[in-house]
Design a protein. Structure first.
Length: 235
């Protein structure tokens, strides 16, 4: 049994090391290579953390959406475990995004927080998935908890398109996308070294995310194995 677990642990270790290297390289490129923004100056550098954080959170909630849908369809525990694991890490990255945005907003807007449409919808997204985790912990029956969580996980994902479109539908302080603009290519609108820094940072966040997800998923598997062993002993 130990020989089967060993390669998995080694792969996770490699993934964690790659994530550490990529995040460190992204920080170096963001702080030392990329130039300051022409309008915002040095404070703009937090973008290299802020944007990868929210995109990683979106990815996490997409996995919650997929895992929840698959669980409602097939009722397989692994799908529910994926959704539950992804939701926990999504909450972490969403909270990190809001903190980073507040640090960026203070020198830019003059306030730590404002009830801007995008900020408010992002806060609602965080509350939805915090509620998802609380709901699962409050319902004692695991099957009912998984079903209720799956429904909320799917509904909560619908907030993400609203967040994306909020800067187009309402007058907001939050700026519209600087990179994915229909009128210009990214290279025309953003300095190439800025794009490189952002790409490296995003790659680092992705590697870190999948490393954390693999650990959380494995933790869930171990919990299920312990429950199964207790049931066998009880029988």
């Amino acid at each position: 049994m130990a020989q089967e677990v060993k390669p998995v642990s080694k792969r996770k270790g490699i993934l964690g090391a790659l994530a550490l290297v990529a995040v460190a390289l992204g920080l170096y490129w963001s702080l030392a290579v990329a130039p300051p923004d022409a309008y915002q100056g040095e404070v703009q550098r937090i973008m290299y953390l802020h944007l990868p954080s929210i995109l990683t959170a979106y990815l996490s909630y997409f996995l919650v959406f997929v895992g929840s849908g698959m669980y409602l369809w097939k009722r397989e525990k692994r799908d529910d475990l994926l959704a539950h694991s992804a939701a926990e890490i999504g909450v972490l990255f969403t909270a990190l995004t809001i903190i980073e945005g507040s640090i960026w907003g203070k020198p830019t807007w003059g306030v730590w927080w404002t009830w801007d449409a995008r900020l408010t919808l992002t806060a609602i997204l965080l509350l939805i998935y915090v509620g998802y985790l609380m709901l699962r912990s409050l319902i004692e029956d695991e099957n009912r908890a998984a079903t209720a969580g799956a429904v909320l996980g799917i509904i909560g994902f619908l907030d993400i398109p609203l967040i994306h479109m909020s800067v187009y539908w309402w007058r907001t302080l939050h700026q519209p996308p600087s990179i994915l603009r229909p009128d210009k290519t990214p290279w025309e609108n953003v300095h190439p070294s800025m794009l490189t820094a952002l790409a490296i940072s995003f790659a680092g966040f992705l590697l870190l995310y999948f490393y954390l997800l693999s650990l959380r998923y494995r933790l869930g598997e171990m919990r299920e194995q312990i429950k199964a062993q207790r049931l066998e002993r009880g029988a």
